[in-house]
Design a protein around this ligand. Structure first.
Ligand SMILES: C[S@@+](CC[C@H](N)C(=O)[O-])C[C@H]1O[C@@H](n2cnc3c(N)ncnc32)[C@H](O)[C@@H]1O
Length: 218
C-alpha cells in the first residue's frame, strides 16, 4: 500500500479487505477500550478525534458508533496521504472531516483532544517513528494511542495462511506478512519512546497488537 504507483482501484480494493481483517481480528477493540479509559478519566462528553493513516475510515465509523452508545459527542477527522483513501471513506459514509496529506505536513498548531492511529506506525522508518511519537504528543490535548501489530511468528503465519485461504486482495496478501515483519516488540517501543523522550504506556492486546498510549491533560 506504500507503492505510490499503485492504481486507485487496487488501493481501494486492498482497503476493503483490510477492513474485513480489522473486523475479524478485533482490530478496533484496543482503540475503543482506550477511548473508554479517556472518558472515564476526564469525564469528557465531547471529544475531537484525529485518526492518522485512516485508510477507508472504518475506525472513525466505529468511533462514531462508540460515541453514540456512550453519549459522547465526537468531532471526527481522518488524515491519510492517499486520495483513494479519502474517496473510499466518503463512499463508505465516514462522518466528519478528512485531510489528504502526509501527517508531517499538518500545521504544527493543529490540535485535537485525542489522536489515534491503527496499523499505521509500521509504515514509518525508525527515524520517522521517533518523530511520530513527538508529533502525537504535539497534536493531542488529552492523549494519544498507537494501535499496531506485535512482530511475532504467530500473526505472521496466521496471516500468511489466512489471506491466501480467503483469496484476499493480492496487495493484502503481500502486505500482511510484510507488515508483521516491520511491526514491533515491546522492546522496540521502549527504545523508540526513550529516543523520543516520551514515556507512553505499552500494553499488549489480544490478538497480537500493541496499544501504545499517553494520557495528557484531563
Ligand atoms: C495499512 S493502512 C491502515 C488503514 C487503517 N488505519 C486501518 O487500520 O486499516 C495505512 C494507511 O496509512 C497511510 N499512510 C502511509 N504513510 C502515510 C503518511 N506519511 N501520512 C499519511 N498517511 C499515510 C496509507 O495511505 C494507508 O491508507
Amino acid at each position: 500500500m506504500d507503492d505510490v504507483a499503485q492504481g486507485q482501484t487496487a488501493f481501494r480494493s486492498a482497503l476493503c479487505d483490510l477492513e474485513f481483517l480489522n473486523r475479524v481480528t478485533f482490530g478496533y477493540r484496543p482503540t475503543l477500550r482506550w477511548l473508554d479509559r479517556v472518558v472515564a478519566r476526564t469525564g469528557a462528553t465531547r471529544l475531537s478525534v484525529l485518526d492518522v493513516g485512516a485508510g477507508s475510515g472504518d475506525m472513525l465509523r466505529r468511533i462514531a458508533r462508540w460515541g453514540s452508545a456512550r453519549a459522547v459527542a465526537v468531532e471526527l477527522t481522518g488524515l491519510d496521504r492517499s486520495p483513494a483513501a479519502a474517496i473510499a471513506a466518503r463512499e463508505a459514509g465516514t462522518p466528519g472531516a478528512w485531510i489528504v496529506a502526509d501527517l508531517f505536513d499538518l500545521p504544527t498548531d493543529a490540535r485535537f483532544d485525542v489522536v489515534v492511529s491503527a496499523l499505521f506506525a509500521h509504515h514509518l522508518a525508525d527515524d520517522d517513528l521517533v518523530r511520530f511519537l513527538r508529533w502525537m504528543d504535539g497534536h493531542a490535548r488529552r492523549g494519544w494511542l498507537i494501535n499496531d501489530i506485535h512482530r511475532h511468528w504467530v500473526p505472521w503465519s496466521a496471516l500468511w495462511a489466512g489471506t491466501r485461504l480467503l483469496w484476499l486482495d493480492p496487495t493484502v496478501v503481500h502486505d500482511s506478512t510484510v507488515s508483521v515483519a516491520r511491526a514491533f516488540t515491546r522492546a522496540d517501543w521502549h527504545r523508540l519512546a526513550a529516543d523520543a523522550g516520551v514515556a507512553p504506556r505499552v500494553a499488549w492486546q489480544f490478538p497480537f497488537r500493541w496499544a501504545v498510549s499517553r494520557e495528557l491533560a484531563p
